[in-house]
Ligand binder design. Structure first.
Ligand code: 5GP
Length: 120
């Protein structure tokens, strides 16, 4: 799947639409999810144009991958979920339920989150 430069997170990265920023460095941006599913719900995205975790792990440089996961840990600490626990979610592709085609991980916490995958 080709990267769509008009996806909503690309627009956030270009400053065309606002976000409630938590953290930014040379390689990553983190901001609050617009529709939180938990008391804490933050998204971490790479600044590079990667569609999904598939694309990122196959094509990103090591420095981007390292910075991204360092940022995930840092943001979890910043939003105060590391002590009580939290969940990182990376919905990927159609079966994964990915809606925005720019890699993002969700950091969710602030309450017990229940089963990892709801039973059908
Ligand atoms: P996905 O289903 O792709 O894993 O998650 C996409 C997430 O992006 C959803 O949780 C949704 O609430 C969030 N989202 C969609 N549009 C925006 C937006 O314009 N701003 C922010 N902050 N979050 C968004």
């Amino acid at each position: 799947m080709a990267y769509d430069p008009d996806n909503i997170f690309a627009k956030i990265l270009r400053g065309e639409i606002p976000c409630n920023k938590v953290h930014e460095d040379d390689y990553t941006l983190a901001f609050h999810d617009i529709g939180p599913q938990a008391p804490v719900h933050v998204l971490v995205i790479p600044k590079g144009a990667y569609v999904s975790m598939n694309d990122f792990t196959a094509n990103a440089r090591d420095v981007e991958i390292g910075a991204f996961f360092r940022a995930v840990g840092k943001v979890a600490e910043m939003v105060g979920v590391t002590e009580d626990g939290w969940r990182m979610i990376a919905n990927t592709g159609a079966n994964g339920g990915q809606e925005v085609p720019h890699l993002h991980v969700h950091i969710c916490g602030g309450r017990k989150l229940g089963r990892m995958i709801p039973q059908q």
